[in-house]
Design a protein. Structure first.
Length: 262
């Protein structure tokens, strides 16, 4: 049972602070309007929608129809691009165009549909959760895909990325830890976790990454949640400068505030 006075967070909030505290402030504290959205992010969202349709077909035992999956991807990507332009949040396609992005998405889907397993027992798709990770602290999120494997479940998080994952991400990514803890509470059984990655490389690849977590990882997750809560309460939101700044949704505002807050 959850504590009535529990503090609440979501994995999205936690990950945004860990990525860049200043971005977290703009998005969740200031509720600032995004200046731009990256084409790669829209591609990832559309890919998820197409994959969800694919997995729901498997869950219902329906005959596989790839044309429907491609059509779902096209519709999701073009609709989201149109919407962002209409609300004044332009899409940053980088060196590509919308048509080229759609073409790359088709290449990625072809690899995914050919190589991802179909002899699976789909238990849940887009399963939302709300769990008390420790007394007084509730974490929310959504599991992309949950498969039944005997007396265990396998939680799958589907990703798209410009490159394969490095070992550091597999060792320390807090998403895997959060989702393993959540699934254990939801399903009351042993839990395995995998990232299923489709790369946006010249020749897309489908890669499965099994991830293992232990009690120390879970303790570290709780520690991170506590520290993010404390920093937020104190108004501590330092910039984290790295390669992600170039594609940041709040880049102009962040750069414009440099040197004005001292």
């Amino acid at each position: 049972m959850q504590t009535k006075t529990a503090t609440r967070t979501s994995f999205s909030r936690l990950s945004s602070w860990l990525r860049c505290p200043r971005l977290h402030r703009y998005r969740y504290i200031d509720l600032a309007t995004e200046e731009r959205v990256s084409g790669s992010m829209l591609l990832g969202i559309a890919f998820h929608e197409a994959a969800e349709l694919h997995f729901r077909g498997i869950q219902r035992g329906e005959q596989f129809v790839s044309a429907e999956v491609y059509a779902a991807f096209d519709r999701a990507l073009t609709d989201s691009a149109k919407y962002n332009e209409e609300v004044g949040c332009p899409v940053d396609y980088g060196k590509a165009s919308l048509d080229e992005l759609i073409g790359k998405g088709h290449e990625m889907l072809a690899v995914f549909l050919a190589e991802s397993p179909r002899d699976i027992e789909v238990l849940d798709i887009e399963r939302s959760f709300e769990i008390e990770i420790e007394p007084g602290r509730v974490v929310e999120g959504v599991l992309d895909l949950v498969l039944r494997q005997g007396n265990r479940v396998l939680v799958v998080d589907l990703k798209t990325s410009a490159q394969a994952f490095g070992q550091d991400r597999l060792d320390f990514d807090s998403q895997a830890t959060t989702y393993i803890v959540a699934a254990r509470q939801l399903y009351r059984c042993a839990v395995d976790f995998e990232f299923w990655l489709v790369t946006r490389t010249k020749s897309p690849r489908f890669i499965r990454y099994p991830v293992v977590r232990d009690a120390a990882d879970e303790a570290e997750l709780i520690e991170a949640i506590r520290e993010v809560e404390a920093a937020t309460a104190l108004g501590v939101f330092p910039r984290r400068r790295d390669w992600q700044c170039m594609g940041c949704e709040y880049r102009d505002r962040c750069n414009g505030e440099r040197g004005k807050e001292a």
